[in-house]
Design a protein around this ligand. Sequence first.
Ligand code: C2E
Ligand code: MG
Ligand code: MG
Ligand code: MG
Length: 281
Amino acid sequence: AAKSQGRGNFQFFSASMNAATHERLLLENRLWLALEQGEFELYLQPQVALDDLRIIGAEALLRWHHPELGLVGPDRFIPIAEESGLILPLGDWVLQQAVELLAGWRARGLGRLRLAVNLSARQCHGAGPLAQLDRLLAGAGIDPALLELEITESAAMQDPERSRLLLRELRARGIKVAIDDFGTGYSSLSYLKLFELDRIKIDRSFVKDIESDPNDAVIVEATIALAHSLGLAVVAEGVETAAQRDFLRAKGCEEAQGYLFARPMPALAFEALLQPLAKRA
Ligand code: C2E
Ligand code: MG
Ligand code: MG
Ligand code: MG
């Protein structure tokens, strides 16, 4: 029995491996074509001010409409795009879309909304996205301060000196810079010393157990205080409950995003949320 069970386990294991490999091949094979075919879309997740819950902007989150797999999230394809190099043209496309969205909101009087865009590790190497941004911003007539670039600590620390220069160049252009997933890396404090920043995004893993884990509550409270002492703003990620929202507000966190407020959604749906604002203005 043991032998046949072992054998069964082995078959199950290899079958699941094959499924994972199969999916990876489906993603990999189509990745380059996908950009040409217009299969990517930027979803937007609202960011709100915690004092009055008004929408102050959004984070752009990439989605892929894969013809066989349906809607695919970035955790499944960004690593492949990084390895294959597609992340560079894809990242340029994301920036272009983001600037177009900002220009559209401005043209339609939707208010001074900020749009945050994620940068991957590869985009922080070399000259980075500076040339692309200069080209985009020159034509768009938007305030660069409405564009915020999010960079994770682990991406920036792959080449700290280059990242430091990149962030400085971005800020020299008036573009805002945020550290994403703050606290999940190994060097958060040295990062604060090394880089010029505007905002810290407290990672969802700390927010999740704020109510039940006293350590997480203390870490979040201390992070907010530390950020403010350094003159940085704070946004909390992954807020799912009213209790988390109330805790964050009580500790002085000024902004948040999470399923409690809204999930990531197509740009049209996000803009529909803003219509009442535009009418009031
Ligand atoms: P991130 O930048 O930390 O984005 C936050 C992630 O948390 C998003 O996942 C979002 O959908 C999810 N999220 C937001 N609120 C909640 C919540 O209340 N509960 C839970 N459980 N999750 C929440 P998503 O969209 O799957 O993106 C995953 C990661 O992929 C992002 O993490 C970011 O690192 C990366 N990514 C997304 N778009 C891009 C892009 O355009 N370029 C690059 N390089 N990376 C991207
Ligand atoms: Mg992000
Ligand atoms: Mg994050
Ligand atoms: Mg993340």
